[in-house]
Design a protein around this ligand. Structure first.
Ligand code: PLP
Ligand code: COI
Length: 369
C-alpha cells in the first residue's frame, strides 16, 4: 500500500482546492479479504473523511484514520436526534475503473433530509467530492470486479454543537466512512420472508419517514427483532394512519409484479424515496413492466405474481412469503426468485459494474486522486 501522508487539519483550504497531498491507496496491494464471503457488517478501512460547518462555512475536509468522533455531551444529535445519513455503493468494473451509482441522487437526498431536521446541508458538489476522496483513500478495499461484493459508502451528518433547549445546532459534522460489503440479507439473491407489522409504526404520514434520519430505524428495531424471533426475515410496514396500505420494509422499499405484468410500488409520504426503486421503475418500463407508483392496499399481496424489496444495501431481494394476520402468500414455491425479479436484478447489477450500457448516466467514474 502506498500511503503518502494524512493531511493535518487545514481550515483555510476550500473543498475545491487541489489536494496533491491526499493519501493515495493503491490497488496493487488490495486488502486480503474473502471478497465473495463478505456480509453486511462493519469492517475497518484505512480512512474516513470529515468536514465541519462552523461560523457559517464548511471547512475543506480532512481524511483521518481515527474511527472515533470526539463529541460534546450536549450535542443535538445525541439528545434530539439531529442527524441523518446516506448509503450508496462503489463498484470495480472489468477494466479496473471504480464507479459510483447515482451519487448525485444521494447528495440531493441528504440535502432534503438535512432540511427536514433543520441541519445545514452539505453542498451537493462537496458531498460528491467527499465520496471520491474517501474512495480514493481506501481504494484497496474496493472489492474486485466479479466478486459480487461492493464498497458501501456511508455519509453521516451530525449536529455537534451543544444545546439543551430543543433547537438546531450551530455546528455540524459531515463525515463518510466506507466498507466492503456483501448482501444485506444473508440469503443474498434468495427469497426472504416478510411479516406485515400492525402493532408498531415506523413513521407518521406527516413526520420524517421520508428522510433518512436515524430515529426511523430506532423506531423499527422492536418490530424487526420481534419478526426475526418469530422466524421472519423482516417486517412490512403499513401506513400508520389507515393501516390499509403498504409502506415499505425496514431497510428497503417494496415492489411487486402484478398478474397483468406491471411493476407496482407504494406511493406514501412516510417512506424513503429509494434511488434503487426509482432506477427499477425505469428499467421495468424498458422491459415492458409498466411501472405504477400508487397506494398499494395490503390485500393486493394475495394477487401479485412476484414481490421484492429494493435498496442500496438490499439491491433486489426477492420476497418468498408475506404473512398477513393468519394468511400467507408464497411467491416462490420452488424456493427460487421469479423471472421478473431475476431479470431486473441482473440488469441493475450489469449496469452497476459496467457490463451493460448506461443510457441514463447513472454511473460516475471516480476520478483518480
Ligand atoms: N427505505 C429505507 C427505509 C432505507 O433505509 C433504504 C436504504 O437506503 C431504502 C428504502 C432504499 O433506498 P435506496 O435505494 O436509495 O438505497
Ligand atoms: C441502505 O440501503 O443504504 C441503507 O441505508 C439501509 C440500511 C438499513 C442498511
Amino acid at each position: 500500500m502506498t500511503i503518502k501522508y494524512i493531511r493535518d487539519e487545514e481550515p483555510n483550504l476550500t473543498p475545491w482546492e487541489s489536494r496533491d497531498d491526499e493519501p493515495i491507496n493503491a490497488t496493487d496491494d488490495r486488502a486480503g479479504l474473502d471478497w465473495d464471503q463478505l456480509a453486511f457488517g462493519y469492517i475497518k478501512t484505512d480512512f474516513n473523511i470529515r468536514y465541519t460547518w462552523r461560523d457559517g462555512a464548511w471547512d475543506g475536509g480532512v481524511l483521518t484514520a481515527d474511527e472515533t468522533i470526539p463529541i460534546h455531551m450536549a450535542a443535538t444529535c445525541l439528545h434530539y436526534g439531529q442527524q441523518c445519513f446516506e448509503g450508496l455503493k462503489a463498484f470495480e468494473t472489468a477494466n479496473g475503473d471504480v464507479t459510483v451509482f447515482r451519487v448525485e441522487e444521494n447528495a440531493k437526498r441528504m440535502v432534503r433530509s438535512c432540511k427536514k431536521v433543520l441541519m445545514e446541508p452539505p453542498p451537493e458538489d462537496m458531498f460528491i467530492e467527499a465520496v471520491y476522496r474517501v474512495i480514493n483513500a481506501n481504494r484497496r478495499f474496493v472489492p474486485p470486479y466479479g466478486s459480487g461484493a461492493s464498497l458501501y459508502i456511508r455519509p453521516l451528518m451530525l449536529g455537534v454543537g451543544p444545546q439543551v433547549g430543543v433547537k438546531p445546532s450551530t455546528e455540524y459534522l459531515f463525515t463518510i466512512f466506507v466498507l466492503p460489503v456483501g448482501p444485506y440479507f444473508k440469503e443474498g439473491f434468495k427469497p426472504v420472508d416478510l411479516v406485515v407489522e400492525e402493532l408498531i409504526d415506523r413513521a407518521a404520514p406527516l413526520g420524517v419517514g421520508d428522510a433518512k434520519v436515524g430515529g426511523n430505524y430506532a423506531a423499527g428495531m422492536r418490530a424487526s427483532l420481534s419478526a426475526k424471533q418469530r422466524g421472519y426475515t423482516e417486517v412490512l410496514y403499513l401506513d400508520a394512519k389507515h393501516k390499509r396500505f403498504i409502506d415499505e420494509s425496514g431497510p428497503a422499499n417494496f415492489f411487486a409484479i402484478t398478474r397483468e405484468g406491471r411493476y407496482v410500488t407504494p406511493k406514501s409520504t412516510s417512506i424513503l424515496a429509494s434511488i434503487t426503486n426509482d432506477s427499477l421503475c425505469i428499467l421495468a418500463d424498458e422491459m415492458g413492466l409498466r411501472p405504477e407508483r400508487r397506494p398499494v392496499a395490503i390485500e393486493e399481496i394475495f394477487s401479485f405474481q412476484e414481490a421484492g424489496c429494493c435498496g442500496t444495501a438490499a439491491v433486489i431481494t426477492p420476497v418468498g412469503t408475506i404473512t398477513y394476520r393468519d394468511r400467507e402468500i408464497n411467491y416462490c414455491p420452488d424456493g427460487e426468485p421469479g423471472p421478473h425479479c431475476t431479470a431486473l436484478y441482473r440488469k441493475l447489477q450489469a449496469i452497476q459494474v459496467g457490463d451493460a450500457p448506461d443510457p441514463h448516466g447513472w454511473i460516475s467514474k471516480v476520478p483518480p486522486a
